[in-house]
Ligand binder design. Structure first.
Ligand SMILES: NC(=O)c1ccc[n+]([C@@H]2O[C@H](COP(=O)([O-])OP(=O)(O)OC[C@H]3O[C@@H](n4cnc5c(N)ncnc54)[C@H](OP(=O)(O)O)[C@@H]3O)[C@@H](O)[C@H]2O)c1
Length: 280
């Protein structure tokens, strides 16, 4: 392991970033937990939308974990100044989390953010996780709780869902090691499941019936908008949900095993560990 001391974590109050910060601190590193809200001890104020705090957060940092907050579709514009300031301040290593499929089209904002990092001269990794298992206990939980159903417009296609805790372990490893520098990884779970199979596993864990209900893209849009998502991000979600339906989320990679030396967590393990969320 290389000695890394001070690490900026964007999205540190979020699903991946909170676990990543915990792991880095447990390994003895100092984290700067970024938040766009009022900051307390151990936190730094960074607002990617206004640009506030970016330079200060990177000054004297050895490494940084970057991600773009959900709700925004201009990932390159949000992250470009962070990459530039990281370069200016001599940050030695940056790990950027985007999403599986981001490299399909070089003109998309997510891919532009990846390419900006790769051209920066900083040692880098790009990690592209597939759909998170933890979406079922967050974004998709309303339907599970209120209708007993996973309600999505994804047909019978499969996804190799990944546990966000595995993403955090991978990111922590890459931030501390140079062995895999300057490489991109698509991160997936160990196998691909359709939403009927997911529903069966959640039913077993919860001890009550949970089914999969395919809904139309229009119904999905209405749900996303009523949950408060901005219209452009709702359209982005519909596009990537359609990619899921077309089978683009089915691929399984060995990246987690390669980087951390163990298999990714299974969906059954996730469901059992999060069962309280699914018991009505
Ligand atoms: N969900 C999936 O299935 C999936 C799959 C692949 C990739 N991804 C990618 O994963 C990322 C989301 O990760 P996550 O689920 O760990 O995040 P999350 O739990 O949704 O948390 C979002 C984070 O963004 C921060 N944030 C919000 N507005 C901000 C701003 N203006 N400036 C700076 N920070 C801001 C929030 O912190 P404060 O509120 O404290 O500022 C929070 O820590 C997205 O880029 C998404 O594309 C998601």
């Amino acid at each position: 392991m290389d000695l890394v001391k001070t690490i900026l974590v964007l999205g540190a109050s979020g699903t991946v970033g909170s676990e990543l910060s915990r792991l880095l601190e447990a390994a003895g590193h100092t984290t700067r937990r970024a938040t766009s809200r009022a900051s307390g001890p151990g936190q730094v104020h960074v607002n990617l939308v206004t640009g506030e705090g970016i330079a200060d957060a990177l000054m004297g940092a050895d490494a940084a974990f970057l991600m773009s907050p959900p709700g925004h579709v201009n990932q390159d514009e949000l992250l470009g100044p962070v990459i530039e300031q990281a370069r200016t301040h001599g940050v030695q290593k940056v790990v950027l989390m985007t999403a599986m499929g981001a490299d399909a089209d070089p003109s998309t904002p997510m891919r532009k953010a990846e390419l900006a990092l790769e051209a920066s001269g900083i040692s880098w990794n790009v990690i592209r996780p597939n759909w998170f298992m933890q979406n079922f206990n967050s974004y998709w939980l309303h339907g599970i709780t209120h209708a007993g159903a996973i309600q999505l417009p994804t047909g019978n296609a499969k996804g190799s869902f990944i546990d966000t805790r595995d993403i955090a372990v991978v990111a922590a490893d890459l931030l501390q090691r140079s062995e895999f520098d300057d490489r991109e990884f698509d991160l997936t779970g160990g196998d691909a499941l359709d939403h009927n199979a997911v529903a069966r596993i959640l039913s077993t864990a919860a001890g009550r019936p949970i089914r999969y209900e395919e809904i139309t893209p229009d119904a999905m849009r209405a749900g996303l908008l009523s949950a408060g998502l901005p219209a452009p991000y709702s359209e982005f979600m519909l596009i990537i949900l359609n990619y899921f339906k077309l089978g683009y989320a089915e691929r399984v990679t060995d990246a987690v095993q390669t980087i951390i030396g163990r298999a990714p967590r299974t969906f059954a393990a996730y469901a059992s560990e999060y069962r309280d969320a699914f018991v009505r």
